[in-house]
Design a protein around this ligand. Structure first.
Ligand code: NAP
Length: 248
């Protein structure tokens, strides 16, 4: 097992990619703490951990919620070995329709919440710790209607470099996984109508060189590589798992 005895905190661990990663990290021997907002999904995710961790409700838009997560982890385990900062959301809108609230929400969850999670987790991490971020193929590809989401993900990609440089002397690595279109509830929350969503999904899927959506587990496996000592000499970088979408 690649993560035997390690403590892994997974934000967005109640759904999609984070849920798949929490399952995989658990199977690899870690004790896992999952963070989300929805009570039902939190309960279901905790049940899947079968006692090998716990779920905790926190809205990453609120710094005090993130503090509460770290207090709970410190009390239960005293440390964090792996932080998978993965939670995120998107709202689709063309330039003229983007609202201030949409900008605030996406930057507060995808960037500010992620940044504060790292800031507040690092004091619990020792040399050998690993941080993995979820960014997106959108960080390098222009997609109409996704300007704000894409900007948040470019900011996250940048953090892997900057904070990677800051944390390297402390022996903590930080890397990102960049998923392409993945079969999770994510796209269904973009705020598109059913026909718009279908057109969007068909359009994106048609552009993927491997000609399909990816699975959450395929992202979790890349996150596992970056979280484990298999990637012990890798920091500041990004693994692109997008069926070739952003490369060809
Ligand atoms: N699916 C894709 O095609 C795709 C592509 C590229 C990148 N990504 C990225 O992958 C990551 C995971 O997305 P996913 O596809 O797994 O989507 P998902 O199934 O919708 O999961 C999103 C997760 O984030 C959590 N979350 C959202 N807002 C939160 C908040 N304010 N506070 C705490 N937790 C919050 C959700 O918890 P609750 O539901 O409990 O609130 C949920 O666990 C995101 O960062 C997304 O941008 C996804």
């Amino acid at each position: 097992m690649k993560l035997n005895g390690q403590i892994a905190l997974v934000t967005g661990g109640t759904s999609g990619i984070g849920l798949a990663a929490a399952d995989l990290f658990r199977r690899e021997g870690a004790r896992v703490i999952v963070v989300g907002t929805d009570a039902e999904r939190l309960a279901a995710a905790e049940a899947r951990l079968e006692g090998g961790g716990f779920a905790i409700a926190a809205n990453l838009r609120r710094a005090e919620d993130i503090d509460r997560v770290m207090t709970a982890v410190r009390a239960r385990y005293g440390k964090i070995d792996i932080l998978y900062a993965n939670a995120g959301l998107g709202r689709a809108a063309p330039l003229e329709a983007v609202t201030e609230d949409q900008i605030d929400e996406q930057f507060e969850v995808n960037f500010k919440g992620l940044f504060l999670t790292i800031q507040k987790a690092v004091p619990l991490m020792a040399r050998g710790g690993a941080i993995v971020l979820t960014t997106s193929f959108l960080n390098s590809k222009g997609t109409p209607g996704l300007s704000i989401l894409s900007a948040t993900k470019a900011a996250v990609r940048s953090l892997a470099r900057t904070l990677g440089a800051e944390l390297a002397p402390r022996g903590i690595r930080i890397n990102a996984v960049s998923p392409g279109p993945i079969s999770t509830p994510f796209a269904g929350k973009l705020g598109l109508s059913e026909p718009e969503l279908k057109a969007f999904a068909d359009g994106v899927a048609g552009q993927v060189p491997l000609q399909r959506f990816g699975e959450a587990d395929e992202i979790a496996r890349a996150a596992l590589f970056l979280a484990s000592s298999d990637s012990g000499y890798v920091t500041g970088t990004e693994i692109v798992v997008d069926g070739g979408l952003s490369q060809f």
